[in-house]
Design a protein around this ligand. Structure first.
Ligand SMILES: [Zn+2]
Length: 448
């Protein structure tokens, strides 16, 4: 394999460039491959921009070329870390055991100043050879799975099954694999690479880990932010904001027959849900609403004293989110008024209490920003298709603060994130995930 100079281009370039090969003469599998976006992306070859040419050149730097080869050769190591981390439970707010293991892994690689901050984030650093920007590269430690979930990973060929194996044990493993190569290949980069495993990315965590980092003294020195979260290839540069509430309808409750005639908190909540279901929501910008959990009541023949629901609102713009939030609040209060009006003779109280369980800021890193253009250029160099996406990730926090931030997927093929059937398939080219992240990171920091 002549991969030392152009490590990513072995099989694709010659096909595109050889005029005597007519598509009809190609085996079916190659025709199929050429029809896929990843392959079609570069044919006909567009003239490279200066940034793209720079990333092409960077990929041939001797230390990076060695790193790319090592990531492919030592792919089993990356997968071992991914499985080992996944088998340590990390429910929301209970990431300590996995954090301790991750800190140990960083130390074993030679990452400097590894510490666990007061919020529970594992942070370490790798210093470059000359002054330059500081880039924070993180994956999230937490899962959505409660304590007691069986997190054992089973392997079938290149496919791994286990809750959290993709989201985000893949990200954690990619960050480790990148750190390992930066250190062992002695890549002469500028600035400082902070590597982290952060807590609290998933729902109830409300981005608390990344928020804590950006509320700490570190925040003033972070110039660039990359979270590795998820599988496949994608560049998330739009941060979906969300407002999440736990809504309680409360009253005295009573016997369903004997006390009949008083406002019923469950019925009030039903009215509220009907109003929420009928909310108008725009598609541009995208706005969504969801009642995700309902609970309450004690028995079929009791008027409940409490009914509770969790509501999630989301949008990619702060203005649209604020707008639908206003309509939700109106609906929640109107439901109380209507349920009371249904029983005008009753003096029983009925109230609504709204607890905020999550506020995630909306934000965007512009398509024209250097971090997005570098991420796209690295995908072009590697001949992978990495579309721009909008999602809700740790990058929301720096985006909302105006710090250039993206979330990159970690390669491979993931299925069933947030479900007990979650799987990750490394297929034949999972190693391209860490290769891609390494190229983006070094493209941003700069290599001598
Ligand atoms: Zn995730």
């Amino acid at each position: 394999m002549n991969s030392s100079r152009h490590p990513f281009r072995q099989s694709v370039r010659p096909l595109v460039g050889v005029p005597s090969v007519r598509p009809l003469a190609l085996p079916a599998i190659l025709c199929w491959a050429m029809a896929q976006p990843t392959f079609a992306q570069r044919a006909p070859a567009a003239r490279a921009t200066p940034l793209e040419a720079g990333i092409d050149k960077l990929a041939t730097h001797s230390t990076l070329a060695s790193a790319f080869a090592a990531l492919e050769r030592d792919n089993a190591w990356t997968l071992e870390q991914q499985v080992a981390l996944c088998e340590i439970p990390a429910p929301p707010f209970k990431e300590q055991a996995r954090a301790a293991a991750y800190a140990r892994m960083f130390r074993e690689l030679g990452v400097q100043q590894v510490r666990i901050d007061p919020e529970g984030n594992v942070i370490g650093e790798i210093r470059g050879v000359r002054p330059g920007p500081t880039l924070l590269l993180e994956g999230h430690l937490d899962t959505v799975f409660p304590e007691g979930t069986n997190v054992k990973v089973t392997r079938t060929g290149t496919k791994f099954d286990g809750p959290g194996i993709g989201d985000d044990c893949r990200g954690l493993a990619v960050v480790l694999a990148v750190a390992r190569q930066v250190i062992t290949q002695k890549i002469p980069f500028a600035g400082r690479l902070l590597v982290a495993g952060n807590v609290g990315e998933e729902g109830p965590g409300n981005l608390r880990g990344t928020r804590a980092i950006f509320a700490s003294p570190l925040k003033d020195s972070i110039n660039l932010f990359i979270s590795v979260d998820g599988t496949g290839y994608g560049i998330t540069n739009g941060g979906v904001g969300s407002n999440r509430y736990r809504v309680h309808y409360k009253g005295p409750g009573g016997h369903s027959y004997g006390a009949f005639g008083m406002p019923n908190p469950m019925h009030a909540m039903g009215r509220a849900i009907a109003k929420i279901a009928d909310l108008e929501a725009s598609t541009t910008p995208k706005v969504t609403f969801n009642v995700g959990i309902v609970s309450g009541g004690t028995s079929v023949n009791s008027i409940p004293f409490e009914a509770t629901m969790d509501v999630d609102l989301r949008s990619e713009t702060a203005a649209a989110l604020a707008e639908i939030d206003g309509r939700l609040m109106k609906a929640l209060h109107a439901a109380v008024a209507e349920e009371k009006a249904r029983w005008p003779k009753s003096t029983a109280a009925l109230s609504v209490v709204i607890d905020t369980i999550g506020l995630r800021p909306a934000g965007t890193t512009p398509d024209s920003s250097l971090i997005v253009r570098t991420s796209l250029a690295a995908a072009r160099t590697m001949n992978i298709y990495a579309p721009l996406q909008i999602s809700s990730t740790d990058a929301n926090v720096p985006m909302a603060l105006g710090v250039p931030a993206v979330t990159l997927d970690g390669g491979g093929l993931g299925r069933g994130a947030h479900s007990l059937d979650e799987s990750y398939d490394d297929r034949t080219d999972g190693f391209k995930g860490p290769q891609y992240v390494l190229l983006v990171v070094m493209g941003l920091l700069g290599v001598k």
